[in-house]
Design a protein around this ligand. Structure first.
Ligand SMILES: [Zn+2]
Ligand SMILES: [Zn+2]
Length: 341
């Protein structure tokens, strides 16, 4: 099957090489972030410039990190100026490392990532700063990640989707060393976004592409491939494509058991989903499948309870599945008293 085409034209703000639209989007995002933080920042000053209103832009303050209640107030412009200056210095000295780049999204005081509208405004600030660089440039790629992440975390999912789709088609077009890994990361972001937007068919296609990509790049026994197989199976389940989910899990569950062990969370999730597909099957062997589902759920629940503790949120959910599977088995036994036992 062909890979999911992401040929949707990129929106103007992603094609804008001069930055007019990005500047406008940035201004809007700062206004939104300042409004969202207004209550919290009343009477405070910026920890970088020590002013309440920014001296040039006249913007108000934001706060979107993990700082103590009396700290961490800042202007998005001050954060952006600081990050772009220090990144430029590091690039000049050819020693840009993660710590310097992280200034774009991490608070200098509490060292936690910004969230919500503040992160989104920083995403626009970052994109506005580097969008003019050539497409193959690493910094431009990082800025695009930053924009997509900021939009996603502030729940602007449609816009985040446009960024991820544009990024994926660009990565495929450019190719080159390391592009396969970047493609898989971008596809992961896309799959999450499709899922949140309720575009389950596209989420399923993307999960399958990720699984195939991991298989090719890392081999069957890599944890990333096992995780991708599990994600792919759960997306098939949400599309009610139980037979496809079942055959994928049948193939990968022994691999997870062998490589990660019986008590690993991924293995347990794999077994749990195996039971979910068995109890939903409509095949002729349904009776055996439902029995196997009950046994699998009983064993998995027992291991989960021991490994994760009874208070783990998964326990209540697996118990509910177990109750349903037992009820289905009883109903089947009553409807077919002679049974095939
Ligand atoms: Zn400031
Ligand atoms: Zn902070």
């Amino acid at each position: 099957m062909a890979e999911l085409a992401t040929n949707a034209p990129a929106p103007p703000w992603l094609r804008d090489r001069v930055g007019h639209i990005a500047q406008q989007k940035y201004d809007e995002a700062v206004t939104t972030a300042v409004e969202a933080c207004a209550e919290d920042t009343k009477g405070q000053t910026c920890y970088i410039c020590h002013q309440a209103l920014h001296r040039h832009t006249k913007e108000g303050l934001v706060r979107g990190c993990a700082c103590h209640t009396t700290e961490g107030f800042v202007h998005v412009s001050c954060l952006a100026e600081q990050a772009s200056m220090l990144v430029a210095e590091a690039l000049e000295k050819n020693n840009l490392d993660r710590k310097v780049w992280d200034l774009w999204h991490t608070c200098g005081l509490c060292k936690q990532r910004y969230h919500g509208e503040a992160l989104c405004a920083l995403g626009w600030a970052c994109w506005r700063t580097y969008l003019w660089r050539p497409e193959w440039d690493r910094i431009r790629g990082l800025a695009m990640n930053m924009l997509g992440d900021g939009l996603f975390k502030a729940d602007h999912h449609e816009d985040a989707l446009s960024v991820y789709e544009a990024q994926l088609s660009m990565l495929r077009r450019l190719g080159g060393p390391g592009s396969e890994r970047s493609i898989l990361i971008t596809q992961g972001n896309l799959a999450n976004t499709y899922q949140i937007l309720g575009r389950l068919e596209e989420a399923g296609h993307t999960c399958r592409d990720i699984y195939r990509g991991c298989l090719k790049l890392n081999g069957e026994e890599d944890e990333s491939t096992i995780r991708a197989a599990l994600n792919c199976a759960t997306s098939f389940i949400s599309l009610q494509r139980f037979e496809e989910a079942k055959s994928l899990i049948r193939k990968m569950m022994p691999v997870a058991q062998r490589v990660l062990g019986q008590e690993n969370y991924l293995t347990l999730q794999m077994r749990w989903n195996h039971a979910r597909t068995l109890s939903r099957t409509t095949a002729a062997r349904a009776f055996d499948d439902i029995r196997e589902a009950v046994t699998t759920l009983e064993e998995t629940e027992w291991i989960m309870r021991r490994v994760l503790g009874g208070a783990h949120p998964s326990i209540a959910r697996i118990e509910e599945d177990l109750r349903n599977a037992r009820a289905a088995l009883r109903a089947r036994e009553e409807a077919q008293p002679s049974g095939d036992a």
